[in-house]
Design a protein around this ligand. Structure first.
Ligand SMILES: [Fe+2]
Length: 134
C-alpha cells in the first residue's frame, strides 16, 4: 500500500494534512481487503466508501477555497478534475458489490489510489504556497 511520504508534499500544510487522511482511508480499505476473517465485507465497504466520498468532497472544497484565496489561475481546470472524480465515486454501482466483494474492492481501490497519487503528483503539486518566503 502507498502511504503518504515527502514526495507527495505540496508545501501547503493544510493540503498535505488532508492528503495524509485520504491515504489513511485508503489504507483502511486495503486492510479490509486483506482481512481473511471478515467474509461479508459489504457493510464495511459501504461505510468506507461513504467516508471516502465525504472526506474527498470536504478536502476538495478546502483546496479550492485555498486556490481562490491566492488567485490561482488554474483554479477552474483543477476544479473540473475534482468534480469528475466525485462523479466517478458517485457512479459506483453498489449492486455489483455482492457478486465478488474482493474483486470489486480491489478495482475500486486501484482506481481511487491511482487517481489520488497522480492528482497529487501532477496537479496538486503545482499549487503555489503563497506563504513561502522567496
Ligand atoms: Fe486537487
Amino acid at each position: 500500500m502507498n502511504s503518504w511520504s515527502e514526495k507527495y508534499s505540496t508545501n501547503v500544510e493544510l493540503i498535505d494534512t488532508q492528503h495524509k487522511k485520504l491515504f489513511e482511508i485508503l489504507d483502511q480499505c486495503y486492510e479490509l481487503l486483506l482481512n481473511p476473517i471478515c467474509l461479508d465485507k459489504y457493510d464495511k465497504i459501504l461505510h468506507i466508501l461513504d467516508e471516502l466520498k465525504e472526506y474527498t468532497s470536504y478536502h476538495f472544497k478546502c483546496e479550492e477555497e485555498y486556490q481562490l484565496s491566492i488567485g490561482y489561475t488554474k483554479f477552474l481546470s483543477h476544479k473540473v478534475m475534482h468534480d469528475e472524480f466525485i462523479k466517478r465515486l458517485n457512479d459506483v454501482n453498489l449492486s455489483e458489490i455482492d457478486n465478488d466483494q474482493d474483486k470489486y474492492l480491489n478495482s475500486l481501490l486501484d482506481f481511487v489510489q491511482k487517481w489520488i497519487v497522480e492528482h497529487i503528483l501532477y496537479v496538486d503539486k503545482e499549487i503555489p504556497n503563497n506563504t513561502k518566503k522567496s
